[in-house]
Design a protein around this ligand. Sequence first.
Ligand SMILES: Nc1ncnc2c1ncn2[C@@H]1O[C@H](COP(=O)(O)OP(=O)(O)OP(=O)(O)O)[C@@H](O)[C@H]1O
Length: 245
Amino acid sequence: MIEFQQLTKSYGSFDAVKNLSMQVGRGEVFGFLGPNGAGKTTTIRMMMGILVPTFGRVLIHGHDCHLDPAEVKRHVGYLPDIPIFYDFLRGREILQFVAEMHGFPKADARARAARMLDAFDLDDEAEEFAVNYSLGMKKKLGLACALIHEPSVLILDEPINGLDPRSTRDVNERLLAEAARGTTIFVSTHLLDMAEKLCDRVGIIHRGALVSTGSVDEVRAAAASTGSLEDVFLKMTDEAAGTLR
Ligand SMILES: Nc1ncnc2c1ncn2[C@@H]1O[C@H](COP(=O)(O)OP(=O)(O)OP(=O)(O)O)[C@@H](O)[C@H]1O
């Protein structure tokens, strides 16, 4: 379970994330939606212990993400918005390295890397240097790295941004399979179609503040809208812009 308690990140007088309080339950797929600059990546970086909160905290399975980041990482698989790898390691070597960093013995790490290459259809690129991977291949390799230790929580920053339709479908199917296994998934996106297909609940963040949370139907009802999630999103972020200004 993920628990946000008044999580805040300020840069001078500017609040990139303000007073974020909410919970994501075990096994839930939660879509964190917001327009560009809303505070999604800042929130996720605080969850991963990369940024220090100005105030408040976020807990994963009861562990404080800032005070106890190593324990959090044992439970979490993380896909950053722009996956970055050692350019001159090959796909297979990167996966094996990540598995070994998680403490698996060499032979197990090698077997896990092979399973992931197969699962993500990266076998043909396994011996290629990461620097030569396309964006779609990098996202798939990044997701494979996130999953290699079979985490109970996945934190994904824009996992299908920039992917072609086939890769998008592959990734969505993979995430649905993970959700079916009971993995908790916290996924940031501004692709509403993905949120509608995948998420049990969504939260809409705008200018650092949570403006709505609930199932897609609940969020739709709160916005007094009968339209698509896109209509609801545009209405909510427009109304919020008015009240937050
Ligand atoms: N180091 C920083 N100093 C000052 N402002 C920052 C810093 N990092 C982020 N911000 C600001 O915080 C806000 C939230 O940024 P963030 O990257 O979290 O947005 P986002 O929702 O992930 O956006 P996108 O969908 O475009 O990736 C933005 O206005 C951004 O300019």
